[in-house]
Design a protein around this ligand. Structure first.
Ligand code: UD1
Length: 379
């Protein structure tokens, strides 16, 4: 299958499709890099996340331009949400006729964005391609697999992701570019004043988040995990995602018990600062596992598997699906620093923009074969 990019005087017209909180973080460095390169960048917000604390604060805090369109799809079942995005996005993409659509991560917005563009024969680039939890009950796993197979340019964050895509016969479309969340994290860390929490060793705390459907939607499981958190010897700051609050209410479960202090979700900068200052992070979020790793805070993941196995090196991250022995795990000392950077060098956004600017599809002669599969993202 051949594509030819409709380059307008060398300028690409790129539409980014985002909708959920972690996608705004990934959008932040890419938006900057696209604008610096002189290409045109349009932002299509699906409206999957709509509370100010889940959306607006990210655009404001990271100074991302306001979306060019908000599809306002809101919450719903997977079928409803995905279908609403598909229908509305198709119309938008037809009217804007971009050269490229960029989708991020593994949400319903990612899946719908990749499908809508692909069916319109618009080339699709998938940021964070190739991650696999190998747990097909996770909605995110289905979204990732379908988005990868529908996309034309697979932007892999790690060598493990490249290997996964190669096993699925997608090596030809795969590029190792590094992890764009390193770019975001580094941009924030460069302003120390914004992330320095006075780490007061005499008042240690654990930071916790819990929002995955497999943890929140099973009443027995949710109660078990909340009980484990509430019994920790040190205070637990639980940043409560609206899904967790809604499910706890439905299940008549009190979240503010024992040592748990329930707090609203935080903007990106404050979240980074809170992770940095914590004795440990306890989470089921993929992004936060990695941010803890980058910020050198020990992490405990309340899941049976992780799509970021690199975080398990030296036990920086430990899987603890049932919440057993949590007290011991959060009290463990920070492991030795790593000499390697499995998530790359923080130049991912620039690498992606360069790649999109020179991209020719599978079936044509690639303009720069050397960047394929190997790249230079990991050190
Ligand atoms: C979604 C993604 C998940 C990602 C997470 C980040 C899917 C399948 N899941 O999960 O991969 O890790 O975003 O946060 O796409 N709600 C609000 N206000 C909001 C948004 C949601 O109250 O602004 C509540 C609603 O009750 C909604 C529930 O949260 O039904 C779940 O929201 P949804 O977007 O379906 O999935 P997340 O759990 O946020």
């Amino acid at each position: 299958m051949l594509f030819s990019l409709r380059m307008n005087g060398g300028t690409l017209r790129i539409v980014s499709v985002v909708g959920a909180r972690p996608q705004f973080v990934k959008l932040f460095p890419l938006d900057r890099a696209v604008r610096e390169s002189g290409h045109q960048h349009l932002i299509a917000h699906t409206g999957q996340h709509y509370d100010a604390s889940m959306s607006d604060v990210f655009f404001q805090g990271l100074r991302i331009p306001q979306p060019d369109i908000n599809l306002n799809v809101g919450s719903g079942s997977h079928g409803q949400q995905t279908a609403r995005i598909l229908e509305a996005l198709e119309l938008y993409l037809i009217s804007e006729a971009p050269d490229f659509v960029v989708v991020y991560g593994d949400t319903n917005s990612t899946l719908a964005g990749a499908l809508a563009a692909r069916k319109l024969h618009i080339p699709v680039a998938h940021v964070e391609a190739g991650l696999r939890s190998h747990n097909r009950r996770m909605p995110e796993e289905v979204n990732r697999i379908v988005a990868d197979h529908a996309s034309d340019v697979l932007l892999a964050p790690t060598r493990g992701a490249v290997d996964n895509l190669t096993r699925e016969g997608l090596a030809e479309r795969t590029f190792l570019v590094g992890d764009i969340m390193v770019d975001a994290c580094q941009a924030v860390l460069s302003d120390e004043s914004q992330t320095s929490v006075s780490a007061d060793a005499s008042h240690p705390y654990v930071l916790a988040t819990l929002h995955r459907a497999e943890n929140t939607d099973d009443p027995v499981r949710l109660r078990r995990l909340i009980t484990a958190l509430s019994g920790l010897d040190i205070p637990v700051r639980l940043l409560a995602h609206p899904r967790l609050v809604a499910k706890a209410e439905e299940q008549d479960l009190d979240l503010q018990v024992g040592n748990i202090l329930v707090q609203a979700p935080l903007p990106y900068l404050q979240t980074m600062a809170e992770i940095r200052g914590a004795k440990a992070l306890v989470t089921d979020s993929g992004g936060l596992q990695k941010e803890a790793f980058l910020l050198e805070t020990p992490c405990v993941t309340l899941r049976t598997e992780t799509e970021w196995p690199e975080t398990l090196i030296n036990s920086w991250n430990v899987l603890c699906p049932e919440g057993t022995d949590l007290n011991h795990l959060v009290q463990r000392a920070a492991p030795d620093r790593l000499g390697t950077k499995p998530f790359g060098d923080g130049q991912t956004a620039r690498r992606i923009v360069d790649l999109l600017g020179t991209w020719t599809s599978v079936g044509e002669q690639p303009s720069d074969v050397s960047t394929r599969r190997t790249g230079s993202a990991d050190t």
